[in-house]
Structure formats: C-alpha cells, structure tokens
Design a protein around this ligand. Structure first.
Ligand SMILES: [Zn+2]
Length: 199
C-alpha cells in the first residue's frame, strides 16, 4: 500500500501525504500530511487506516494485566495493595507504585479476608478495573494469589503446604489463597528490587 509501512517513526515525524490513508491510532494530520504522535512502527490496515503501533509498552497497569503487588493493609472485606509491575510477555516495571484494592468478592476465598491475606504478603492478581483510581484487582483464578509470605512470628519465609502456609522455623501455620507459583525468595526479591527504585 505504501512505502511508509513498517517504518520506525519518532513523535512528530512526518509519515507522508494524507493520500496514504486515513489517520488512525497515534497519527495526527496537519496541512494534508500525516504525523506520528509516538515512537513506533507504521502499520496499514485493510480499510486504508494508517496506524503507528507504539514500541514502548505502557508502563502503567492495564485492564487484564497480571500484576505483582504487596498487601499494605487488610480488613474483613478489603485488601489494599501496592503494585510495582505487570507480568506481560516480559516483566514491565511501572513508572510509579499503583494502589490497588482487592475486594473480598474478588478474592476467591470465603470469609474474613484477614484469615487469608496478611500485611506484607506479595500477590499476583489480575487488574479487572482501571477506569477509576484506585485499581480493582482479583485473585479468583486458580493461578493467582499469594506468591511470597513471611512468618509474622520469626520473619522466615513461609513454605507452601497445599492451601496453607507453614513456617518451618517456628511451626506457625495459616490458611491462605496460595498461588501454584508460590516462590517466596524469588518474588520477594523481584518486588523489593522494583519497589525500592520507584517514586
Ligand atoms: Zn516463624
């Protein structure tokens, strides 16, 4: 369709004449010329629309993302968390810490949330709403839930035993909404390394 197709363009760069097609995603028009609004790759669709697909992934949570977050506060009905990154095709660090709420109805557990989630627990959760801050997240899916937890008595990493967490040092045991990906050393270290550098 056009020579511009597949070209990498920078914000403000001229793509070509409006004869190339209809301005679409991330494309603006001025004096009968198309310009890119972002750093990305020019793409043309069947209906003659010219798009620029951004090369930089958004560094903020998107609906449907699986995010890594840590419980900052928990009540009977609500856990408040802080999210630092999304697990997309690769790990995408956010440009700041995002506050996200996990309502009991989206937790996948029945009863008081405080029995399953503790302050400091690191979770993987899905973003189900991002239209209004703070975000709403869910851990209802089998894969989602707590991926790292420390013993509140001695500070050791808790070990997973089916649907419970056990401290091998002092014997503390509690139920939880544990993810099958539970790996406390790995997820604590990822979370803390990102959290410490974010504003
Ligand atoms: Zn312990």
């Amino acid at each position: 369709m056009m020579s511009a197709k597949g070209r990498v363009v920078t914000p403000g760069e001229e793509i070509g004449s409006v004869k190339l097609g209809i301005p679409g995603l991330n494309v603006s028009v001025s004096r009968r010329k198309l310009y890119s609004c972002v750093w990305g790759v020019v793409r043309a669709s069947e209906d003659r629309q010219v798009d620029v697909i951004t090369l930089r992934e958004p560094r903020y949570p998107l609906k449907g993302d699986i995010v890594l977050c840590r419980v900052a506060n928990v009540t009977e009905n609500l856990a408040e968390t802080q999210c630092v990154c999304a697990l997309r095709t690769s790990l995408v660090q956010f440009n700041r810490v995002f506050r996200a709420l996990l309502p009991r109805t989206q937790s996948g557990v029945v009863g008081d949330l405080r029995a399953y989630f503790r302050v400091g627990d690191v979770l993987i959760a899905r973003v189900i709403s991002m239209e209004i801050a703070p975000l709403t997240i869910s851990t209802r899916e089998d894969e989602l839930g707590v991926v790292a937890s420390r013993c509140h008595s001695c500070g050791s990493f808790m070990q997973r035993e089916d649907l419970a967490l056990v401290c091998r040092e002092c014997g503390v045991k509690r139920k939880s909404k544990v993810s099958p990906h539970y790996d406390p050393q790995r997820f604590y270290s990822i979370y803390m390394s990102l959290y410490e550098v974010l504003p």
